[in-house]
Design a protein around this ligand. Structure first.
Ligand SMILES: Nc1nc2c(c(=O)[nH]1)N[C@H]1C(S)=C(S)[C@@H](COP(=O)(O)OP(=O)(O)OC[C@H]3O[C@@H](n4cnc5c(=O)[nH]c(N)nc54)[C@H](O)[C@@H]3O)O[C@H]1N2
Ligand SMILES: Nc1nc2c(c(=O)[nH]1)N[C@H]1C(S)=C(S)[C@@H](COP(=O)(O)OP(=O)(O)OC[C@H]3O[C@@H](n4cnc5c(=O)[nH]c(N)nc54)[C@H](O)[C@@H]3O)O[C@H]1N2
Ligand SMILES: [Mo]
Length: 592
């Protein structure tokens, strides 16, 4: 089995497929955006994809549910968010924590964690029963609207109030605010949405609320992305050898237990490695993913690794996962190498190049070189008809009728402007069973799930505990940058956000150190308190990626606390196998 994250894995996957491997997964599905993509696919027949097709810069009303743009530095989105703010877009932020995005909002809704679906249903109740939705759009493109409407009848703002803690007046005011700007009202679908285990249904509710606004396919909502026609290299097909025909099914989702998973499930591969079912997995090839921190419950990951005969890790720093490897293949960092060319679906079509600007200081090698050499050692050299990556890129560029020299010079080539919206001529076609936007989903009903999302109250934690929430800080990426000396100067440890009243009750002030203990008795490293009114009293918050245990990370080892270590529990999404991780609770251990 192989795990990878990002474009750098392309060539290695080619080698492993040539070898006969069929199990490939990335944490970006079951630990990240999977539930969102499934919720939207069930509704519109297409997912939100990556980079997201969100038309943030043209939105007149932008609703952020958790997605804390500005701390989460998804570059294009953060820049477009700044543009929307500059255009005086009306911004509504729903978050138990007063995020940076919340500080830009007209309405801030400090929701009780885990109850967003109740709010979404109440919003839809107001919009439908006050006739505030885009009638023409819904009649033209919608399927099952009347059944959907009937299902919503009991979800009034008064019903939602005790669930969410958001006052009915505020629920109505924000619902009307959204309707005022339709169809340029974008209810952002989020990205890291593996929160509570019912995440695909919450995401589907977000998709449905957008459908009521008529925002899918419209300016200021969800645009239709386009891409540059750059052919793939013509292997593995005649005259080159094909990949071996698989003799088994993939292991990650046996018998389609999670019927709507449309990508492989990392934690499913981990489970198969642990149990030997449906068949044993004996080797892991890990490219650019620190599985120890990225998958919930580190102990399960470590146990699964014990069952392997071989684990190979390709990384750029000696992170936790590299410490568990039998073989480490050090890669050149992105400034020292070529990667495969980037041809993604986006607002404008483009081809982008990553090329070396400095030499590797030692004997690190780029991913394409590692992949090709491994293939040669495995007697699979005939799968690599090209000599080096430049020859490969040149082949693809020539096949596309584009100039590699121009790409080298400018780094990017843009295609001609193409239509992005229905009213620019994009055909309004939906790849759902009904060919329409599915307000009522027969697919879900047939598989035994709710055809319209239903609210289920999240389980609360032990008395006196706080729900553990986590997220991003602008200067760091996941668990990969804490040892970078410049970034570590900017932020060397994380803090735990604790409501100021709670801090006072414990006699704690900002800067004091505490430890966190979770419901299963796991105790964190010591971590600094940030006593603040910017968070509710029932939860605490910390930035992901700190508390490194790998000794080779000189500037990060032992600094701050690890959220991953405390996430011993997770709730699996029955639709698609995502791991909801906001289901852990902590108490405070006084340090001194
Ligand atoms: N700087 C930086 N930027 C990044 C990344 C990075 O590592 N570093 N990673 C990128 C990637 S891959 C991703 S997926 C994104 C992740 O970024 P997001 O998709 O924005 O991540 P989330 O986990 O949705 O957001 C965390 C926010 O949700 C709030 N929250 C927690 N629980 C709840 C709840 O029950 N309800 C509501 N309404 N809010 C809640 C938290 O308080 C926090 O503000 O960031 C991307 N951008
Ligand atoms: N507890 C917890 N778990 C999470 C999240 C969370 O917020 N908290 N977020 C989830 C989300 S949204 C996502 S997308 C995933 C992300 O999960 P991952 O992508 O696995 O993130 P990292 O933990 O940073 O691991 C990336 C690894 O790749 C290495 N690397 C960086 N650049 C290169 C390179 O150019 N080449 C090679 N070969 N290696 C490189 C880094 O050194 C690091 O070891 O994690 C998910 N899991
Ligand atoms: Mo992610």
């Amino acid at each position: 089995a192989a795990f990878s994250h990002g474009i750098g894995g392309n060539f290695l996957k080619h080698t492993l497929k040539a070898y006969g491997a069929i199990n490939f997964a990335a944490p970006s599905f079951a630990q990240c955006r999977g539930p969102r993509d499934v919720g939207f696919k069930l509704t519109y027949g297409e997912d939100v994809s990556s980079p997201e097709r969100t038309d943030i810069k043209n939105a007149q009303c932008l609703v952020l549910i958790g997605s804390h743009l500005g701390e989460n530095m998804h570059n294009t989105q953060a820049q477009e968010f700044a543009e929307a703010i500059g255009n005086d877009a009306s911004i509504i932020v729903v978050d138990p924590r007063y995020s940076v995005a919340a500080s830009k909002a007209k309405y801030y809704l400090p929701i009780k964690p885990g109850t967003d679906l109740a709010l979404l249903l109440a919003w839809m109740n107001v919009i439908v029963y006050e006739n505030l939705y885009d009638k023409e759009y819904v009649e033209k493109y919608g399927f099952g609207f009347e059944q959907f409407k009937a299902e919503l009848s009991t979800y009034t703002p008064e019903w939602a109030y005790p669930e969410t803690g958001i006052e009915p007046k505020l629920i109505r005011a924000t619902a009307r605010e959204m309707a005022r700007y339709k169809p340029a009202t974008l209810i952002h679908p989020g990205r890291h949405v593996t929160w509570y285990g019912d995440d695909a249904q919450r995401s589907r509710a977000i998709a449905l609320l957008n459908a009521l606004m008529g925002s899918w396919g419209r300016k200021g909502g969800f645009y239709y992305p386009v891409n540059m026609d750059v052919p793939a290299y013509p292997y593995p097909a005649y005259p080159y050898p094909a990949y071996p025909t698989p003799t088994k099914d993939k292991v990650d989702n046996p018998n389609k237990k999670y019927p709507f998973a449309h990508e492989a499930i990392t934690t499913g591969i981990r489970e198969a490695t642990l149990t030997g079912n449906p068949y044993p997995i004996k080797g892991w090839f890990v490219y650019a993913t620190n599985l120890i921190q990225a998958l919930p419950n580190e102990e399960i990951t470590k146990q699964a690794i014990q069952n392997l005969d071989l684990m190979v890790v390709v990384d750029v720093i000696p992170n936790e996962i590299a410490g568990w490897a039998d073989v480490v293949l050090p890669e050149s960092v992105y400034l020292e190498r070529h990667d495969d060319i980037n041809v993604e679906w986006f607002r404008d079509s483009f081809v982008g190049l990553r090329q070396p600007v400095v030499e590797s200081p030692h004997d690190q090698k780029p991913n394409w070189w590692i992949a090709k050499k491994l293939a040669e050692k495995l007697q699979l050299g005939n799968y690599y008809p090209w000599k080096n990556v430049e020859e490969y890129i040149n082949y693809r560029m020539t096949a596309a009728g584009l100039s590699f020299d121009e790409l080298k010079k400018n780094g990017i080539i843009l295609g001609a402007k193409q239509p992005n919206y229905f009213d620019e001529g994009v055909p309004a076609e939906f790849q759902t069973p009904s060919g329409k936007i599915e307000f009522y989903s027969l697919q879900l009903q047939q598989a035994g799930f709710d055809p319209v999302p239903k609210y289920k109250r999240p389980a609360s934690g032990p008395a006196g505990s706080f729900r553990l929430l986590y997220g991003r800080a602008p200067v760091h990426s996941f668990s990969r940058t804490q040892t970078n000396r410049i970034l570590s100067d900017a932020m060397s440890e994380n803090e735990v956000w604790l409501n100021a009243n709670i801090a006072e009750r414990y006699g704690l002030k900002s800067g004091d150190y505490i430890k966190l203990k979770n419901q299963d008795g796991v105790v964190s490293n010591k971590v600094k308190v940030k006593a603040t009114e910017r968070i509710r009293q029932d939860c605490v918050y910390m930035v992901h990626g700190f508390g490194h245990t790998a000794k080779g990370l000189k500037h990060a080892f032992g600094k701050g606390a690890s959220d991953s270590q405390l996430l011993t529990r997770f709730e699996i999404d029955p639709l698609m196998g995502g791991t909801g991780m906001n289901v852990n609770f902590v108490t405070i251990e006084m340090e001194g």
